[in-house]
Design a protein. Structure first.
Lengths: 544, 257
């Protein structure tokens, strides 16, 4: 094929320079995205290893594989690694970094050196956390609740706290770069109302990163000071208030959930119109719902604290606001569904992930409403129902979106097509494995199994066995793409510039793109998602 | 839209030859300057949230433990604090003037004003160290043999201790409470002023570099963005102090209260 020959010979960001220096000192946003891809994949497997330990321990009711203390460390480090070192940087730092400048027709992010700096900050924090891990780990739960973390825990709380403090700056700098880039670097003609929804969603994400992350930074500093200098700010025996810690912690950590899910929604808004061959339904509403989620998301944090002794009236207000944040989320789900309605839908791998996302995110979101209801929350608080709920959002939502996006843009990133059959199979395995892992947890949580225990009464075993079996299937589903995506780097068919016939500026340049993305700055004269005027993808190209 | 990406009609190659400070990925100098300025403003937004966490804690405890906060606040040196505030305001003035000097292309004046800024910054830090040392001598550093006896002695009426004279058990209990609660004030005092001082140290470091650049003649009336955005940072750190000063020093200074 003619395009194939041209693709391999063209100068692109991958073959522009060679050698380790050209990667470690690069300021190219596309190369930095790949650096992030490698590092977060590494941490994903470390976090996954702890998940494996947890699931194996819970296979039987007795505490036979891990001691109680080790189990505490396992779920703590599973949570902290997955949240701070995988989920929060996942889509923004990899796909967002790679795509935002291309989608807006820029040569790079506004601050390329700060972009590289943010990766180095991530690495420093990662090494510190790994050091904490091998020197004994931390057992406070990922939430660092005081006074346990400040007065009682004998594990490496200070080191873990500092690592997460540091990694926060990587996230702040990424968010800063995105906001400034989106404001200042758009190509001529690319107005706000023509921006891809991927960019809108990342804009909302970045605002949360900028305004939320500093608050957890100072909160962790105060916990560290409390442990090292023995201050009493969160110590009730000296007049301090442990609930204040919870307020400050969740002021960031609830919006952090939206840092994880909004980028995934960003990916959805690109995949679904493309594989439905239709303009996205209600563009303005989808764009504004991202902003609404970011704004309302800052006002719901105390729904994590309904049983922590906050006043009934503030609980009522936070309950109401938590219901309110479901509205923009629902707007998105309905609009994606309406986009698919009467579209010519094709079930390619990214679309399978997208459809999985819609279903799983809906379940995750609706069960969130159970937990936002004051009376029901008293029963469900700190049970496996909560675990199942947030895994449906973070794994069923965020990770499905991440995998869908990786497949969708893989031809652009690597210049190779992945094997479609294997892709569909893996998507199916992930979907089945995920549901088998986490659906039983809704039931066992409703029946009263509390989270964070290494033993449980025997009547809960059947649910835990199902869950562990599901986790094994899920693990296969995650390993498969690792294998065939790597395989495709060498043996995959060379990708054409626009294999999916997608709209969007990133598809109007070469695959893989040249270092400065475009040979000349594009001028945008069209609206977003004009799929009516796009030809259908060449079936011969996709047959692989 | 007002901030539509400002890529002009000029061919890129020509622009890049004309302006050595222009980085490759920007279309023109104007766009580069706008990006840098917006970036710094957003960064200052994150700084507000960073200090915001501590201000929030301050607000909660000040409402709960007002007498202890008022008494502890009175133990801070008002005159030294006021003078230090004046020093910091002067440093902001010299920054603003140095930006003006850059706009007018007066290099020597620029450098002198920047050196004055660094000098004022260092004076502020020195005075702060002196105040902390005093607190150390007064046993007002939390947990390091912290002692609130002097606060108790000076504020009998404020704490309502005069009414408890006939009840030694209650008196002792209340005194222990004061001892605990005033530590919360000083914990916040050291956390807030310490975090502010760290920002000052970073600011002095940044201005050392900026002064060097000014000395080398890097800034022209057309291009002095680094000076401008460093100035924004300095003003921000200054403003944080403008809030800290009344919140920490001036809680209740009414005579005889």
């Amino acid at each position: 094929m003619a395009t194939a020959v041209v693709t391999t010979e063209r100068k692109n960001y991958l073959n522009a320079e060679y050698g380790i220096r050209s990667w470690l000192l690069t300021t190219d946003h596309k190369r930095i995205a790949l650096l992030y891809l490698l590092s977060i994949t590494f941490f994903f497997f470390i976090g996954g290893f702890f998940a494996l330990l947890i699931r194996l321990e819970l296979l039987t009711p007795a505490g036979d594989l891990l001691t109680a203390d080790t189990y505490n460390k396992a779920f703590t480090m599973h949570g902290q690694i997955m949240v701070f070192f995988f989920l929060i940087p996942s889509i923004p730092a990899v796909l967002g970094n790679f795509l935002i400048p291309m989608m807006i027709g820029a040569k790079d992010l506004a601050f390329p050196r700060i972009n590289l700096l943010s990766w180095y900050i991530y690495i420093v924090a990662g090494i510190l956390y790994l050091h904490c891990l091998v020197s004994g780990g931390v057992d406070t739960g990922w939430t660092f609740y005081t006074p346990y973390s400040s007065l009682f825990s004998n594990t490496h709380v200070v080191e873990a706290g500092l690592a997460i403090f540091i990694v926060g700056f990587s996230s702040i700098l990424t968010g800063l770069n995105f906001v400034v880039t989106i404001h200042r670097m758009r190509a001529p003609g690319l107005t706000w109302s023509r921006l891809p929804l991927f960019v809108w969603s990342h804009y909302a994400t970045s605002i949360i990163m900028l305004l939320g992350t500093p608050v957890i930074a100072i909160t962790l500093v105060l916990v560290v000071l409390e442990r090292t200098l023995n201050l009493g700010i969160f110590d009730a025996s000296r007049g301090g208030d442990p609930v204040l810690f919870q307020h400050l912690f969740w002021f960031y950590s609830h919006p952090a959930v939206y840092i994880m899910i909004l980028p995934s929604m960003a990916v959805m808004s690109e995949i679904i119109p493309c594989f439905s061959r239709k303009r996205v339904f209600g563009y303005t509403f989808v764009a504004m719902s991202s902003i609404a989620i970011a704004a309302i998301g800052f006002l719901v944090w105390a729904h994590h604290m309904f049983v922590a002794g906050i006043s009934l009236y503030s609980a009522l207000v936070f309950s109401f606001l938590s219901f309110l944040v479901a509205v923009p989320s629902a707007v998105k789900v309905f609009n994606w569904t309406a986009t698919m309605y009467k579209g010519s839908v094709s079930f390619s791998t990214p679309m399978l992930y997208a459809m999985g996302f819609i279903g799983l995110f809906t379940i995750g979101g609706l069960t969130g409403l159970f937990l936002a209801t004051l009376g029901v929350d008293v029963h469900l608080h700190d049970t496996y129902f909560v675990i199942a709920h947030f895994h449906y959002v973070m794994v069923g939502g965020a990770v499905m979106g991440y995998l869908g996006g990786m497949h969708f843009w893989w031809p652009k990133i690597s210049g190779r097509m992945y094997p479609e059959g294997w892709g569909r199979l893996a998507a199916l395995i992930v979907f089945i494995g995920f549901n088998l892992t986490f659906f039983p947890q809704f039931l066992v949580g409703y029946l009263g199994m509390p989270r964070r225990y290494w033993q449980y009464p025997p009547e809960y075993q059947v649910y835990n066995v199902l869950s562990t079996a599901g986790a094994s299937i899920l693990a296969v589903g995650y390993l498969l793409p690792m294998v065939y995506l790597l395989w495709s780097l060498r043996y995959g068919k060379p990708a054409p510039d626009n294999p999916w016939q997608a709209t969007g500026l990133e598809w109007r340049t070469a695959s893989p793109p040249p270092t400065f993305n475009f040979d000349e700055t594009p001028e945008v004269t069209w609206e977003a998602y004009e799929y009516e005027t796009m030809p259908l993808p060449d079936e011969v190209t996709l047959e692989r | 839209m007002s901030d539509r990406a400002g890529i002009g009609e000029t061919p890129l190659a020509v622009e890049h030859e004309e302006r050595p400070e222009l980085r490759h990925h920007f279309a023109d100098v104007e766009q580069q300057r706008n990006a840098a300025t917006l970036g710094m403003w957003w960064f200052l937004g994150t700084e507000i949230m960073f200090f915001g966490g501590m201000f929030c804690a301050y607000l909660v405890y000040r409402r709960w433990y007002f007498p202890e906060f008022a008494a502890s606040s009175r133990s801070l040196d008002l005159i030294v604090g006021t003078l230090n505030t004046a020093v910091l305001i002067c440093s902001s003035l010299t920054v603003a003037m140095s930006v003006r000097a850059a706009q007018l292309g007066k290099r020597k004046l620029q450098v002198q004003l920047l050196l004055a800024t660094i000098f004022f910054g260092l004076v502020f830090l020195g005075v702060k160290a002196y105040e902390w040392d005093n607190k150390y001598k007064e046993h007002h550093i939390p947990t390091f043999s912290f002692n609130a006896q002097d606060l108790i002695k000076d504020n009998q009426k404020l704490f309502g201790l005069d009414k408890l004279q006939n009840d030694p058990a209650k008196l002792q209990e209340r005194e222990a409470e004061i001892q605990r609660r005033s530590q919360i004030f000083f914990s916040l005092y050291f956390a807030l002023t310490g975090m502010h001082a760290i920002h000052m140290v970073i600011g002095v470091g940044i201005f050392a570099v900026i002064t060097w650049m000014a000395h080398k003649g890097r800034f022209t009336p057309e291009y002095h963005t680094p000076l401008e955005i460093a100035g924004l940072y300095w003003h921000f750190v200054d403003i944080v102090w403008i809030y800290l000063f009344p919140l920490l020093y001036l809680i209740d200074r009414r005579p005889g209260a």
